[in-house]
Design a protein around this ligand. Sequence first.
Ligand code: 5GP
Ligand code: ZN
Length: 113
Amino acid sequence: MDCLFCKIVSGDIPATVLYEDDDVIAFEDIMPQAPTHFLVIPKRHISTLNDLTDEDASVVGKLQITAAKIAKQKGISEAGYRVAMNCNEMGGQTVYHIHMHVLGGRAMTWPPG
Ligand code: 5GP
Ligand code: ZN
């Protein structure tokens, strides 16, 4: 499949991997928008949030739990951080394999631009 993040999952494209198990993988964002910026993705290809079904509940929960664990390891939990998932063009999605952004290490603004 011609998907950038599937190629990171398979190892065809290198990434700085922070965590990996059978279901999810987390890696540093290549263009960090904050001092800490990593992505957590399901290993199984899901194009957008619109494609989720009830069967995906456990993997989506695992994305969030993994994000929180890594945030803690990176020492940004207490100060706080931002989690974001972009859906389709108006949501700012550019890679069509769902991914959770975790940003920290600076104050976030609200609402996001
Ligand atoms: P989106 O705009 O789809 O929500 O986020 C896609 C994210 O993937 C962006 O933050 C972008 O910097 C990141 N990204 C794009 N290509 C690569 C890549 O080849 N490697 C890594 N590690 N991140 C990437
Ligand atoms: Zn994919």
